[in-house]
Design a protein around this ligand. Sequence first.
Ligand code: ADP
Ligand code: ADP
Length: 226
Amino acid sequence: MAEISLRNLGKTYAGGIQAVADVNLAVADGEFVVLVGPSGCGKSTLLRMVAGLEEISAGEIAIGGRVVNRLEPAARDIAMVFQNYALYPHMTVRENMAYGLKNRGFPRDEIARRVEAAAHLLELQPYLDRKPRALSGGQRQRVAMGRAIVRQPAAFLFDEPLSNLDAKLRVTMRGEIRKLQRRLGTTSLYVTHDQLEAMTLADRLVVLKGGRIEQVGSPLDVYHRP
Ligand code: ADP
Ligand code: ADP
């Protein structure tokens, strides 16, 4: 029971800009859905509403069958991975990964166990005691993934997580994210404007245009239909 369900979701910013309009979408348990569309089509607004970082103007969001419209981000059982990593510069990799769990009052041995497991999965063990500035871009992005994984959330939200990486690393990390998601089976909603990224990652693609869903389908349906 970890699906994300959006019903008649809408967002109107002050000044009357309708960024998202009447979006209906169900991301199934374990499904990887990628949101694509041109700049300004409402991708980021939609994702931020699911995360609880942006108030909604209309409709309903449910995560794992529970309506979360009025819940704080921390109470939504989701973990978000950002394009700028959002790592704490003064903390080590281990501390960065542990931070969210520590805040939530998890016992120390459980935190240590989860951080070890995530570091193993992401091949970050050699870097656990380093600070973010002593890591490469790809390693930083792995730490950001690690912070999400240790939470064991009902769903992952990805906001263009690879767009700060160079082209070669983007391709590598794309593969790693897909492998990881298959292994963990965590419901994922992923925003990108990169068509190749979308095709590689998506079980299902959602094309947004002017804040509305224009098309939904498999990558083949969306990109190879005449
Ligand atoms: P995308 O992520 O697809 O580039 P956004 O969700 O960022 O699209 O933006 C959708 C629309 O909402 C755009 O017209 C944008 O200018 C507008 N918008 C985004 N954030 C705000 C805001 N805080 N205040 C007013 N308008 C905004
Ligand atoms: P986590 O999301 O890892 O469980 P929290 O929920 O406690 O951590 O994070 C609280 C807020 O701080 C989140 O909105 C998160 O995006 C933000 N945050 C995380 N890292 C940074 C950073 N380096 N600088 C500013 N804000 C950050």
